[in-house]
Design a protein. Structure first.
Ligand code: ADP
Ligand code: MG
Length: 380
């Protein structure tokens, strides 16, 4: 497999034709360090509320796992991380708890987040080696993260062996990953609908001009389906069943092919297993509370956006990213309610990690879009 080289570094091929010379670089990074960096496995990480993705430079995405950690309640020992831990959700004996440390879009559980981050960075090291130099790491973090939380993530990455750690707010990373022209003077809008939060951001000149965040996203949709099953059908269903149903049959806008689905769970009255047939129209109805809240957040962000930028958005449309953007008809629903063109970005579950990987390749962009904490300047 060929290794993608940074644009402004000497290519390995030029080494053969003429000896390496460092003059004439227009990068802001130290040439020697950038040279060593060529041989280390620089890493991009999307620390999402539902999924963590890791991309290694030159190799692409190597880890795509749920942001779940299984912990022994008594000893506090970590028993499993990622997919294995997610399998335990809802099935764990009472001595094991499955934690999603970023569930609400804030890092509610530092220590666990740190462990998860280190586990993922280390597993990259184990699989690909450290390279000659230590890697640089770019991490997408929720935009609601506080200074203390950012510091914790930064330090955890350094403790796990990073030469330098850069933090980028997720809406910015998502926009870059969706291919939006974030450095342009013209504004663009990205709506990132993840598990825990929906983040709406208007971006221009490499900065976030306006943003709003709401707790209405994938998890809330799952909860809405669970509530519906309980209230309307007296049926208790698990979180994962609800998620599967949402993905298979959920929608936000009337479809040509409305169908029915089986809802399986436990009858609240008898305690016995029960299955009921529900229509996709009913499921859409159940999801509408969450969908409407997402629409409201988008509209509220547009309302506070400077008029010049609103005109740009009219032209270029709104890009949606994140797993929640895959809910059928959500693009049409938002387009109808806002009168803006709306489209789902390519491979939306991977936009953030792609955006983080992109800035690893472009040092100047990285300097500009990174979140302030990594510069180690004390807050004034
Ligand atoms: P985060 O960035 O918060 O980790 P993701 O962008 O990975 O979140 O999205 C995860 C969410 O997307 C989950 O709630 C998941 O159920 C939801 N999701 C994934 N695929 C689909 C789909 N096809 N339709 C609706 N929701 C989906
Ligand atoms: Mg995300």
């Amino acid at each position: 497999m060929s290794i993608a080289l940074p644009v402004r570094s000497p290519s390995l091929h030029s080494k053969q034709s003429h000896p390496l010379r460092f003059e004439g670089y227009d990068t802001v990074i130290n040439p020697l360090s950038s040279f060593l960096g060529m041989f280390s496995h620089d890493i991009a990480i999307d620390l999402g509320t539902a999924n963590t993705l890791v991309s290694v430079r030159g190799r692409g995405i190597v880890i795509d796992e749920p942001s779940v950690v299984a912990i022994d309640r008594v000893t506090k020992r970590v028993l499993a991380i990622g997919a294995e831990a997610k399998r335990m959700v809802g099935r764990t004996p009472s001595s094991i708890i499955a934690v999603r440390p970023l569930r609400d879009g804030v890092i509610s559980d530092f220590a666990t987040t740190e462990k998860m981050l280190q586990y993922f960075i280390r597993s990259v090291h184990e699989r690909f080696g450290m390279g000659v130099g230590k890697p640089r790491v770019v991490i997408g973090i929720p935009s609601g993260a506080t200074e203390v939380e950012k510091r914790a993530v930064h330090d955890a990455a350094v403790a796990a062996g990073a030469r330098a750690a850069y933090l980028i707010e997720e809406p910015m990373a998502a926009a870059i990953g969706a291919g939006l022209p974030v450095m342009d003077a013209a504004g663009s809008m990205c709506v990132d609908i993840g598990g825990g939060t929906t983040e709406v951001a208007v971006i221009a000149l490499g900065g976030i001009v306006r943003s709003q965040s709401a707790r209405a996203a994938g998890d809330a949709m799952d909860m809405a389906i669970m509530d519906y099953a309980r209230q309307v059908h007296n049926l208790l269903i698990g979180e994962r069943t609800a998620e599967q149903l949402k993905i298979a049959t959920g929608s936000a806008f009337p479809m040509d092919d409305e169908a029915t689905a089986d809802l399986r769970g436990r009858d609240l009255a008898t305690g016995l297993p029960k299955s009921v047939e529900v229509s996709t129209v009913e499921i859409r109805d159940a999801l509408s509370v969450v969908v409407n809240e997402i629409v409201r957040t988008v509209r509220a962000t547009i309302e506070t956006t400077p008029p010049e930028l609103v005109a740009d958005l009219m032209m270029h449309g709104i890009a949606m990213t994140g797993g929640g953007s895959l809910l059928r008809g959500l693009d049409r629903k938002i387009a109808t309610e806002t009168r803006f063109p709306v489209y789902v970005g390519e491979d939306p579950l991977r936009s953030v990690v792609r955006g983080c990987a992109d800035v690893l390749e472009e040092t100047e962009t990285l300097q500009k879009v990174q979140s302030a904490v990594a510069s180690r300047r004390p807050p004034r």
